[in-house]
Design a protein around this ligand. Sequence first.
Ligand code: SF4
Length: 372
Amino acid sequence: MPESSILTPQQRLVRAGQSEGNEAAAKSIVGPEASPHDPVLSGPALRGASWQAELREAVRDPSELCRRLGLPASLAAGAGDAAAGFPVFVPPAYLARIAPGDPRDPLLRQVLPVAAEGEPVAGFGADPVGDEVARQQPGLLQKYSGRALLVTTGACAVHCRYCFRRHFPYEESPHADAAWEPALAAIAADVTLHEVILSGGDPLMLVDPRLTRLTKRIAAIPHVSRLRVHTRLPIMVPARVTDELLAWLAGGRLSPVVVIHANHVNEIDDAVVAALDRLRRAGVVLLNQSVLLAGVNDSVDALCDLSERLVTAGVTPYYLHQLDRVAGAAHFEVPEDHGRAIIDDMQRRLPGYMVPRYVREVAGAASKMPIA
Ligand code: SF4
């Protein structure tokens, strides 16, 4: 496994900043005084900034995670090399939604490393969705007609054990404003592009001034009309939905769409609902995409409950993704036949608009491929 594939998003970002001989990369995530050695958790600028302070308090050790949840230490022992290569990172708001003493909690399963992550499985690799061949410029991926995706940062508010980009070479993406010029020029030169997607990592890990600057540059391109943001931050740290965030996201020319990534109904507590309500009232279109995950949401009850909660919170259940076959995540895979059966049952139970489209991503394909 190449070295870059065993670094966390944060580690990759810090390495990128160090290799450039400056601290801009780390500073751009959380604020101008953040430490380049621990961009999320350190730095005097973080004190008093609630969402950033929450990130400072994230649990980053499997033993500590088990201790906080009243779970046997033997569970953490299974983390082993998996945790060393892709460490635990769980913010307090998410930790509070995990049931103490339950080793089978569906939220815990998404964040606690297990030994199976280190077992090679045929068909599972470092780049399961063809990101490498889709890269047009540093930080710019283009897979589908009319849309372009910017990999804005390698940092995240949580480390999801099934992450399809857990081996992505984030150090090759831009870390300073000027480094975005080739990607922005490519978008400006292609009049067929009408939507720009901010992805990562998690784009909302960047501070609002940097997001504002990037968004203004995108809005200045006349043929771009929509800005889509893929993020787990409103779920992981609802306090991230600040007035400043709403101002840059919904205050400009571009129509804003936010895709949250919720996998289980227990992820959406009242604080998350309130954050989503703020986004919705600001005029943001809210969609959800989930990943079908063994032991997390692979039942019709789990996915119906999630859809009910999402719709009540003003979010349209958009996609249910078959697991991307990334190395380290094979134990999450659910057979497609089982996924189809779940969707069939959901269609019998729910109105059509509450049933997500069950899809898988195929490297090189012109669109997501429907499964059911
Ligand atoms: S938030 Fe998204 S990019 Fe970050 S670890 Fe989770 S799945 Fe991966």
